[in-house]
Design a protein around this ligand. Structure first.
Ligand code: MLT
Length: 406
């Protein structure tokens, strides 16, 4: 008898964004003429920067000629991309990261979901609430939690992110081995100052813990004082892994490319307390289970760091930030107190009603799709997240429609 993984019985039947997509599809089926405006899932809507398209086209041409054809690439990504990343994303900010500490992948979702494979079954895990569901669900699937009781899994340490703490949780007064952090935050849009991150790095060092730092939205940071990388914090190299993505930075959600940084001195511990270096473990995991991102896509990602690419990606992100400012300001004008929208493409606010009720109301009465905050955890009850990934025209229309019904 082939037995199912019993841990799947603990998780909700469908992934949050699949659930939303199904409800929206049902609505569209019943209302085929409705003009929906989608501001739910954080999926980019604008075209790839032309620097990336040119690089991808050139690389595709190379693939059509024997002399310049590429088969399997190097295990952890092409040197040209890893060098461009190390220089532009880290060294230029004073963060000491070298190309061989960078592992190219098909995106931060897979990497944040897969990284837990490197840890023992009984590690104590701390996750923010609200949280990007991938961090939690992958640990549930792996059997590191008990059942779900009133929206929370037994065995996890939840770090409440609330209006009171500015949606940036403090270090817990209990011991955790593995900590998931995401800044700028998905879903709240909150950012963490260097001082707040310093406390987390100190906590990780004192507790012999590891931070998994998701920086997928760093390109949206405009405030000069906010760190873009955890490695801008002294002492982070030993206790933090960082995930990055080209999805939101350069419109790669459908193109797929991201990377994970595992510094050479990052360590975990054996049962007897001796140190084990983490980087060779991730290298081993990736070379066993992943065969790389295609050559044309890695060339397109490299082009993000060309002069032209830097200018174009900045314009792309600036456009989404302008949308976010419209959303935030309209909500403020209606008397809400939103967070996010500065340094982030997400705006998060207390709707004053049940999250799914608000979702349904917007869908049915305004034909606008948002993400119900409760889908991200118990602290998201009553909240909604509006994504700025759309055209300014659609954002203005969506906010007008919302204005009419709330
Ligand atoms: C979101 O809407 O939270 C993101 O698009 C999800 C993701 O990047 O996987």
């Amino acid at each position: 008898m082939i037995k199912a993984n019993p841990n799947f019985a603990k998780i909700q039947a469908s992934y949050l964004f699949s659930d939303i997509a199904r409800r929206v599809a049902d609505f569209s089926k019943k209302n085929p003429d409705a003009k929906l405006i989608r501001m739910g899932i954080g999926d980019v809507t604008r075209a790839l920067p032309s620097a990336c398209v040119k690089a991808m086209a050139k690389a595709t041409e190379e693939m059509g000629v024997d002399a310049t054809f590429h088969g399997y690439g190097p295990d952890h990504g092409y040197g040209f991309l890893r060098e461009a990343i190390a220089q532009n994303d880290f060294r230029s900010r004073g963060a000491d990261i070298s190309p061989d500490e960078i592992f190219i992948s098909d995106g931060a979702k897979c990497d944040t979901g897969n990284f837990q494979e490197l840890f023992a079954q009984d590690v104590r895990i701390a996750v923010p609430d609200p949280v990007y569901p991938v961090y939690v669900d992958t640990n549930v699937m792996a059997g590191r939690t008990g059942g779900n009781i009133n929206g929370r899994y037994e065995g996890l340490i939840y770090l409440d992110s609330t209006a009171e703490n500015g949606f940036v949780p403090d270090v817990p007064d209990t011991h955790a081995d593995l900590i998931y952090l995401c800044f700028p935050n998905n879903p709240t849009g909150a950012v963490a100052s260097a001082d707040r991150l310093k406390k987390w790095v100190e906590y990780a060092r004192e507790n012999k813990a590891l931070i998994l730092f998701d920086a997928a939205y760093e390109a949206f940071i405009r405030d000069k004082d906010i760190p873009h990388s955890i490695y801008e914090i002294p002492g982070a190299r030993e206790v933090a892994v960082e995930f990055r993505s080209f999805s939101k930075t350069a419109g790669f959600t459908g193109t797929r490319c991201g990377y994970t940084v595992v510094p050479a001195d990052c360590r975990v511990f054996a049962e007897n307390g001796s140190e084990i270096m983490l980087q060779p473990m991730w290298a081993r995991r990736m070379s066993t289970k992943f065969n790389g991102v295609s050559y044309p896509v890695q060339r397109a990602a490299e082009a993000v760091y060309s002069e032209e690419g830097k200018e174009q990606t900045k314009m792309l992100v600036d456009g989404y930030l302008a949308n976010a400012a419209v959303i935030r300001d309209k909500l403020r004008a209606k008397g809400f107190s939103p967070t996010g929208g500065d340094n982030s493409p997400y705006v998060w606010f207390d709707t004053g009603m049940d999250s799914w009720e608000f979702f349904d109301r917007l869908l049915n009465e305004a034909q606008v799709v948002v993400t119900p905050g409760s889908g991200f955890g118990r602290c998201g009850n009553g909240y909604a997240r509006i994504s700025a990934f759309n055209s300014m025209e659609n954002v203005l229309e969506a906010m007008e429609r919302i204005d009419r019904i709330i």
